[in-house]
Write a protein that binds this ligand. Structure first.
Ligand code: UDP
Ligand code: MG
Length: 210
């Protein structure tokens, strides 16, 4: 008998990333092919006003793969706004916001899915190694979490970015929040829910520039 498969949506904001699109799609295929047919994936690219050939690169991969969708923004709105547009479109039973430059290591996705299936509603991906970051980035990141968590009533986990798995229920709660100016990773944590964690070493950017 035909078994309904679980759909995972990857929400991927992209800004001037023409050299990353093909490689990203290829890596995701490698991760999801072994999980079929019980798990299927959808890739929602949000083109955040790119001025290079990003849109063309996405349309090229879309032609051969109906699991890929494109939201084209009218200008550059910034990553958090682009991600919101993607969260509105994503149809998955779970949603994973991801960077396109492969710094959010796709190899940890099967682990995230496992922990979600074991009951977690949110699965954070925590970086365990920042040595690939510049000294300035390491210092500013450490300072950021210290200051943010000292000032904020609700602290956010350090070394966890947007890269995490969100159950459909969590996505729908986040979508009801009224904030217009978004800092998504604090909202993802503010809404609560049973949370698990996977760890990964964040690699260097595969192509393009930060
Ligand atoms: N991005 C975006 N809009 C922007 C800036 C970045 O959609 O205005 C995307 C970018 O294409 C990438 C992700 O957000 O997929 C993370 O950006 P980046 O890798 O430059 O950030 P870093 O890893 O250097 O912190
Ligand atoms: Mg990056």
């Amino acid at each position: 008998e035909h078994q309904q498969s679980t759909l995972i949506s990857l929400v991927v904001p992209v800004f001037n990333e023409q050299d990353s699109i093909g490689r990203f799609v290829e890596s995701l295929r490698e991760v999801f092919n072994p999980l079929a047919p019980s798990v299927a994936c959808q890739i929602v690219f949000v083109n955040d006003g790119s001025q290079d050939a990003t849109e063309f690169a996405i349309r090229t991969v879309m032609q051969k793969d109906e699991r890929i969708a494109l939201i084209n923004l009218s200008r550059n709105f910034g990553k958090d706004s682009a991600m919101c547009a993607g969260l509105e479109h994503a149809q998955g039973d779970a949603v994973i916001p991801m960077d396109v430059d492969l710094q959010d290591a796709p190899e940890v996705i099967p682990d995230m899915i496992r922990k979600w299936r074991n009951g977690a509603k949110v699965v954070n991906a925590r970086r365990i190694d920042r040595s690939k970051d510049s000294w300035a980035k390491q210092m500013s990141a450490t300072a950021f979490y210290k200051v943010f968590n000292a000032l904020s009533e609700h602290s956010i986990p350090s070394n966890v970015g947007d890269f995490r798995l969100l159950d459909r229920q969590v996505v729908d709660v986040v979508r009801t929040l009224g904030e217009r100016s978004r800092f998504n990773k604090s909202l993802f944590s503010w809404v609560g829910f049973e949370t698990a964690e996977v760890t990964f070493e964040r690699p260097e950017r595969a192509a393009g520039t930060s």
